[in-house]
Design a protein. Structure first.
Lengths: 238, 179
């Protein structure tokens, strides 16, 4: 750690960070898990989902975009923030069409895993049942918008990691949706199943064809341990 | 002291949650020591004729008969527990919710590739289909939710025992699943 390291606290625990880090990056390095959905360590933060909302000196802020600063007081694991995050997850469930029992992402889905971690037994807000369009035109990848939570990971990954522009957002508000760079469907874009964008989706919205249900129930990533356990393990190991 | 009464019911679903209840294996012997079953498909008692302590229901609400029976469960049960994806979210049957009912019937009974001289069933004995499949809590008040497709035998047994003893329901992480 260089001498210009900054020191701050998360839930009273002292954390040392590099000055150019965000709260999320510093917390991850320190083995403190801040719940998140749209954030991915290989992408620039989007600040879309707000699940990583923490309080910085009492004010709500995105942990994924907020830079660290010496002496800031960050609250993360509080009942208030947990309830707020649970509400966001619940809204994402009812505004999409998420049929967990028949979804090939079940067990590795980060939306579902976040619901488990935040102890959401079931969404109780009114379901919206929106009409969403499925795109199966690509030979190797499905785009099932029923499962889309508009995290924008595919949009960012295509540009930042694959050097392409396959995905984008179109429309606004409740009509906002993931669009592909072709009027005739994803099959006519230059997306490859090997692209990072094709497998970076936190839910089952973008899935590689002929790969579903390969992992048996009980051996999927979040069957036995909550999401974020890998980050917290770092802390336990010292 | 008389044993607490338990009723179970099934609406729109696959009966998998009841199968899972049987999956508690020999613990079903413990369970019958603790409770007496009233209206349930397990003992084939078809009507309520006294108040029941705990009602356990699986399945979503897709037709007029489901609505009638669900309301009856709410009326007769002091505590109503919804179990499984269909009761909690509509589940797999709710996949029809994004397609208008008329189109669903048309495809199933008139236009499907294997249909010859199709007709949409209209016998007056048949319950009327609702516009979509509703989770139980959108029709009556539900007191407790147990997710799963189905909830495992362990989940159901632990939850029922906790409820009978008045303990807080603290299910371990691996027993709370949406699938």
């Amino acid at each position: 750690m260089s001498k210009d390291a900054v020191t701050f606290t998360i839930d009273g625990v002292e954390v040392k960070a590099k000055p150019d880090q965000t709260i999320m990056e510093a917390a991850d390095a320190a083995g403190i898990y801040i719940p998140r959905l749209c954030y991915h360590k290989d992408l620039l933060p989007g600040g879309h989902c707000r699940v990583c909302t923490v309080r910085v000196n009492g004010r709500p802020a995105n942990a994924c975009t907020f830079p660290v600063n010496s002496g800031i007081v960050v609250e993360n694991d509080t009942e208030e923030l947990k309830a707020l995050r649970r509400d966001i997850i619940e809204m994402l469930f009812v505004e999409g069409n998420h049929y967990c029992p028949s979804c090939e992402a079940s067990g590795k889905c980060e939306l579902q895993a976040m619901a488990y971690r935040l102890e959401l037994l079931t969404p109780q807000m009114p379901y919206a049942w929106p009409k969403r369009e499925l795109d199966a035109t690509h030979p190797d990848v499905y785009l099932d918008r029923d499962r889309c939570i508009l995290c924008g990971r595919c949009v960012r990954a295509s540009v930042q990691l694959d050097g392409k522009r396959v995905f984008g957002f179109e429309n606004r508000g409740a009509q906002k949706r993931i669009a592909v760079d072709s009027a005739t469907g994803m099959g006519d874009t230059d997306l490859s199943a090997k692209d990072r964008a094709a497998s970076i989706c936190p839910t089952g919205c973008l899935t590689i064809k002929r790969q579903g249900y390969l992992t048996p129930v009980g051996k999927r990533p979040y069957d036995k341990v909550p999401i974020g356990s890998d980050i917290e393990k770092k802390q336990a190991a010292g | 002291m008389t044993k607490p009464l338990v009723a179970t019911g099934h609406f729109t679903g696959c009966f998998g949650c009841h199968m899972s209840l049987l999956d508690i294996d020999e613990r079903i012997l413990d369970l019958v020591q603790l409770v007496e079953f009233d209206k349930s498909p397990i003992n084939d008692i078809k009507t309520f004729n006294r108040p029941v302590d705990i009602g356990i229901i699986e399945g979503g609400v897709s037709n007029s008969e489901n609505v009638e029976f669900l309301r009856e469960f709410r009326k007769y049960c002091k505590i109503l527990v919804a179990i499984g994806s269909c009761a909690l979210t509509g589940g797999v049957p709710a996949m029809r919710n994004t397609v208008p009912l008329k189109e669903c019937l048309q495809e199933a009974y008139l236009d499907g590739p294997t249909i010859v001289n199709g007709v949409i069933p209209n016998d007056p004995e048949l319950p009327i289909l609702l516009d979509r499949v509703y989770p139980c809590h959108e029709v009556v008040k539900i007191d407790y939710f147990l997710p799963g497709c189905p909830p495992s035998g362990d989940t159901l047994f632990n939850a029922i025992v906790a409820l009978l003893k008045g303990d807080a329901l603290a299910l371990p992480y691996e027993l709370v699943k949406y699938d």
